[in-house]
Design a protein around this ligand. Structure first.
Ligand SMILES: [Zn+2]
Length: 233
């Protein structure tokens, strides 16, 4: 009685699988594009962060250079004091101060050099990453058109499958259609078979009398475990 309906449902089942496969292909293409976009975004973020760091370093260096020129002024002033010193005590005091100033200047020179090196390194990183970003941005245009072409053709295929599914659904008897619609609201793969006395979807053992009933095609029999409709090939 249901033999013909089962054949139709088997075809619908196979079409649903094809639709799922095609949707996976579409998702794969779209993921390829989004992964690529992510690479560009990471590049842009790194450039922005490095520019901010570089700006901070440049400000720091300007402050260091400022302190350095103030030390130079103190050095000149103290040297002048030393030249007009009238006793040993004054000479010692000036010499001590000059030594301190010299020490601070040397320390600052080291710091400034270190900052300059860091600035060079970051400037180079910005250049490299900007080139990389520009290369990626050019490539993504090609990838976008490839992905658009591939997904469009896959979507046409999906439309074809769905049209055929709609047509097959219209051929189902009201009882089978009702059962089918209930199943479709609960499962993405709502049909099962019995193979080696087991449900092919949930693998539970199926009693022999149920299998006999299923094989008569006279009733709609469902798996007692997963609830899928048993079809007969
Ligand atoms: Zn089952």
């Amino acid at each position: 009685m249901y033999k013909e309906s089962f054949a139709t449902l088997i075809e619908i089942r196979s079409l649903h699988r094809h639709v799922m496969e095609s949707q996976q292909i579409v998702e794969k293409h779209q993921k390829r594009l989004s992964d690529f976009q992510q690479k560009i975004d990471e590049c842009s973020m790194l450039i922005t962060d490095t520019k901010t760091d570089l700006l901070g370093r440049q400000k720091e260096r300007l402050a260091q250079e400022n302190s350095y020129s103030m030390l130079e002024q103190s050095q000149t002033k103290t040297t002048n004091h030393l030249e007009v010193a009238t006793n040993n005590q004054q000479v010692t005091a000036c010499e001590k101060e000059l030594a301190t100033i010299k020490n601070e200047m040397e320390q600052l020179e080291d710091n400034i050099l270190e900052t300059l090196e860091q600035e060079d390194e970051w400037t180079e990183r910005i250049t490299t990453k900007t080139e990389e970003e520009s290369g990626l941005s050019k490539s993504i245009k090609n990838i976008e058109s490839e992905v658009l072409q591939d997904t469009t053709s896959e979507q046409h295929i999906i439309v074809g499958y769905n049209e055929r599914i709609t047509q097959l659904e219209s051929e189902l008897t009201p009882v089978v259609l009702n059962a089918y619609q209930n199943l479709m609201s609960n499962f993405t793969a709502p049909f099962s078979f019995i193979e080696k006395q087991k449900c092919t979807e949930c693998f539970i053992q199926v009693p022999a009398n149920v299998e006999q009933q299923v094989n008569t095609c006279n009733n709609l029999e469902y798996c007692s475990n997963c609830g899928r409709l048993f079809l007969v090939k």
